[in-house]
Ligand binder design. Structure first.
Ligand code: FAD
Length: 392
């Protein structure tokens, strides 16, 4: 393609532009993002940034990078439609032609039906985080709706700053979508130990100036309410353009949609998991950057190798770093190893390895699971691991 247009200037959109140039792409690159400013990293928004307030430290690259690499960045600009026949997108009142279009539109906060939800703050963008920091200054009591990574990271920071914190989670355990029940329990203990109040299996029905209320009528006072109840993929553009969407923009094993001129990557894309073939959508820096590199290689060199990277995740909560290799489903079995790691099994096959403050085991599991992807005989099956006491 002579001209690549990227919609979404977040982690994945930025990486696609950078990787295209690394792969010696010589055409035009236009990176269009709805947010103001330079592309930045989101993970610190619920961690270091909440403490430091240092926004500049979040930038993925300085402005000079985009000039030097001849990447035209158009911040503060929302793409509103795609004309696939004419190969044009509409943005900010103008029509922009493309030879190849990359959709890297990320996700938006899920907004459950809760009365008065407009009073709650979000934590998705830098603007959200700036607002949250200001609100935190005067808030004595913070309530968090949602016991996932982001809600719990915020809760730990707020506790560290001496705020009173309650985390309300509708499920009966923390991070239920992504970790084993054992790991959920360990983190529940940790949060209780640092003084966070947990309301598990409780549904919030309203937010008011006084705090939050649950479906059983009980109320909890709060000066600040954070909504962190999950996200939905930003797939509206693709859907309206007639592309298949099913919990994300549907792509094949090379991250291409059914339209040969449109790829999708990162948080907004549903792709076949290289291990199981099941369609998955991941929300992680790793997936967004590895997807972007794979798409850049395909566009520049025409390589059509299926995307095959082992997923990994991390979350920092108080002085604990949780790291996960692979991903399990809620129903997967789990086994605790002698050194405290948790191995999860999807039937007979190792699906995930969870560790806390154990980078060594985490890195080892990444190497082993990567090897197993290319060599299914590598032996990461239950019998084999059991025979060595589950020692990786
Ligand atoms: P994003 O980075 O979300 O970028 C999408 C961009 O597209 C947005 O800027 C959006 O404004 C823009 N956009 C959407 N629609 C349009 C449109 N129509 N026109 C123009 N622009 C548009 N991941 C980890 O791996 N580890 C962590 O510890 C971690 N912590 C996180 C903490 C927080 C608070 C948040 C919010 C996320 C965290 N994540 C973490 C997730 C990680 O940030 C995402 O997985 C990653 O940013 C995904 O990259 P992306 O490019 O797919 O989407």
């Amino acid at each position: 393609p002579a001209r690549v247009v990227i919609v979404g200037a977040g982690q994945g959109g930025f990486q696609a532009a950078a990787s295209l140039r690394q792969e010696k792409f010589e055409g035009e690159i236009l990176l269009i993002g709805a947010e103001e400013g330079l592309p930045y990293q989101r993970p610190p928004l619920s961690k270091a940034y909440l403490k430091s307030g240092d926004a500049e430290a979040l930038n993925l690259r300085p402005a000079a990078f985009f000039e030097k690499n001849d990447v035209t960045l158009r911040p503060g600009t929302r793409v509103t439609s795609i004309d696939r026949d004419a190969q044009r997108v509409q943005a900010g009142g103008s029509e922009i032609p493309y030879d190849h279009l990359i959709l890297a539109t990320g996700t938006s906060n899920l907004r459950p039906t809760i009365e008065g939800l407009d009073r709650a703050l979000d934590l998705r963008t830098l603007v959200d985080a700036q607002r949250l920091r200001v609100a935190m200054e005067d808030a004595e009591r913070c309530a968090v709706i949602g016991g996932g990574f982001i809600g719990l990271e915020f809760a730990a920071v707020a506790r560290g700053l001496g705020r009173r914190v309650i985390v309300a989670e509708a499920s009966d355990r923390l991070m239920a979508r992504v970790v084993s029940p054992e790991m959920s329990a360990r983190f529940a203990d940790k949060h209780c130990e640092i003084g966070t109040e947990l309301a598990l299996g409780r549904t919030v029905t309203s937010v008011s100036s006084g705090g939050i209320a649950f479906d059983d009528g009980t109320e909890m006072p709060a000066d600040l309410v954070l909504l962190a109840a999950g996200v939905r993929p930003n797939d509206d553009l693709a859907r309206e353009a007639g592309l298949a969407c099913d919990n994300g923009i549907v792509v094949d094993a090379t991250l291409l949609t059914a339209d040969p001129a449109i790829s999708a990557l990162g948080d907004c894309a549903a792709f076949p998991d290289p291990r199981t073939g099941r369609m998955v959508r991941l929300e992680s820096v790793q997936a967004a950057t590895d997807h972007a590199r794979a798409v850049a290689r395909r566009l520049v060199h025409g390589t059509e190798d299926p995307y095959a990277a082992v997923p990994w995740f991390w979350s920092d909560q108080a002085d604990w770093k949780l790291q996960i290799t692979g991903f399990g489903r809620p129903q997967d079995d789990s086994v605790r190893t002698e050194n405290g790691a948790i191995l999860r099994f999807d039937g007979e096959v190792l699906s995930a390895v969870e560790t806390v403050n154990d980078a060594k085991t985490h890195m080892k599991s990444r190497r082993l699971m990567a090897a197993a992807l290319t060599d299914p005989g590598a032996g990461l099956v239950r019998d084999r691991l059991a025979s060595v006491g589950y020692d990786l």
